[in-house]
Design a protein around this ligand. Sequence first.
Ligand SMILES: [Zn+2]
Length: 89
Amino acid sequence: MTDGQPRDIDCREALDRLYEYIDEELTPVRAAEVRLHLEECAPCLAVSKFEDAYVRFIEARTRVQSAPDALKKRILQELLFETGEHQAP
Ligand SMILES: [Zn+2]
């Protein structure tokens, strides 16, 4: 996990970091990488908007505990599956 210049990341990596990105737990460079990817990748941007809303929804409902990662991952996968045009290079 090195920090240097922001580099291009692929969809998988961007989505892997999405929760941390939303929670603002990434280092500035890693957050910048996600942001850069979202700027040029409409499907991931759509997912991030959904995730953002989802995370806030969950946080509002369960102030104490966050949703299990497995559940979040599954919802994410289903989203990706529905956006058929979303394919890794
Ligand atoms: Zn993407």
